[in-house]
Design a protein around this ligand. Structure first.
Ligand SMILES: Nc1ncnc2c1ncn2[C@@H]1O[C@H](COP(=O)(O)OP(=O)(O)OP(=O)(O)O)[C@@H](O)[C@H]1O
Ligand SMILES: [Mg+2]
Length: 310
């Protein structure tokens, strides 16, 4: 079973607007709720691909309940620790004039030490039956970045692969515990290395250093510029597909799902990269975060190229 661990559960509200303007009321042409939180997004995509998963994390209030209901409606198993505050709602604003999209995130969960212990106990039990773990995202108030180091170490001590996706300061904290994979986007990679990473050659150098230092394979994604995967003794540039992007929110999380799927199926990680990028491309076609259609993923799969790099 694939286990996903989301400390900061949340819901995305996607609104489509004709154009963005300050100091006026903007009427949305479309509004929809979607899954959010990187690992729960991966569960969402895995379900579309027909793979079951167990979603763990902290949840609170009516939003937390809605997240749980949405996951269960797709036969995703859930076992959340109920905490104080409210699971977050993020606003994804998409401008139909083609100028771009913006996400405004919030933070409203509050976690106490006993609740961290409760989540770690559920997580340890889930590891008994885990093929791999997907974890990451921001952390709620009351949870320090060490949480990720602890959770990653617990899985790695049992030789269970971990796919970790977070920004700073959580990315460095988790990386120290040597996850199997990280999936930084351009901003997250730049934050990690401390300088803007704006070209493939710089990303490759940074990726090699991460692999050599931690034994962690970086799968670096650059939105419309594609992806670069650095694996032991090989690396691949994966060009983007030419697609009409409706919303890229959750595209990176589909890559996490693809990697997890290949581990669960005992396939080479190259299969996971292909599936992940195909699923990410399919997510880009849909307005809802991490929403994709299996038929789009299957249509894109043969088009994904892994071009040896370096
Ligand atoms: N504009 C685009 N055109 C084509 N492919 C895209 C585009 N945006 C994203 N993708 C595909 O999705 C993959 C992941 O996207 P991206 O780098 O934006 O992830 P991300 O920033 O982690 O996203 P999120 O955190 O919202 O899930 C890319 O490597 C690419 O294959
Ligand atoms: Mg991402």
């Amino acid at each position: 079973m694939i286990v996903t661990l989301t400390p900061n559960t949340s819901l995305d509200q996607t609104v489509m607007i004709p154009t963005f303007e300050l100091n006026r009321t903007i009427r949305a042409t479309k509004s929809l709720y979607g899954m959010a939180g990187k690992p729960t997004d991966a569960s969402w995509v895995l379900a579309e691909l027909g793979l079951p998963s167990l979603a763990l994390g902290f949840a609170a209030g009516a939003i937390g309940q809605k997240v749980e209901n949405m996951l269960r409606s797709r036969q995703i198993k859930t076992d959340f620790v109920q905490v104080d505050g409210e699971s977050r709602v993020n606003m994804v604003i998409i401008c139909e004039d083609g100028s771009g999209q913006t996400t405004i995130t919030t933070s409203s969960l509050e976690v106490h030490p006993a609740q961290i212990e409760a989540l770690l106990a559920k997580y340890e039990a889930a590891l008994d039956d885990a093929s791999c773990v997907v974890m990451g995202g921001t952390l709620p108030k009351g949870v320090s970045p060490d949480f990720y180091a602890d959770a990653i170490s617990r899985a790695r001590a049992r030789n269970i692969p971990v796919i970790f996706d977070a920004g700073e300061p959580n990315l460095s904290a988790g990386l120290a515990a040597k996850p199997s994979f990280i999936k930084p986007n351009q901003d997250e990679l730049s934050g990690l290395v401390g300088v803007p990473v704006s070209d493939m050659a710089t990303a490759y150098t940074a990726g090699k250093q991460i692999l050599d230092t931690y034994g962690t394979c970086p799968i670096m994604t650059f939105g419309g510029k594609g992806a670069l995967a650095v694996l032991p003794e090989r690396a691949y540039h994966i060009p983007p597909l030419k697609i009409n992007v409706v919303s890229a929110a959750g595209a990176g999380d589909a890559v996490l799902a693809g990697l997890a799927a290949s581990i669960e199926r005992g396939q080479p990680i190259e299969e996971g990269l292909r599936l992940g990028i195909a699923a990410a491309s399919a997510v880009c076609l849909m307005p809802g975060t991490a929403d994709c259609r299996k038929e789009d993923v299957e249509a894109f799969l043969p088009q994904i190229e892994l071009i040896p790099y370096g």
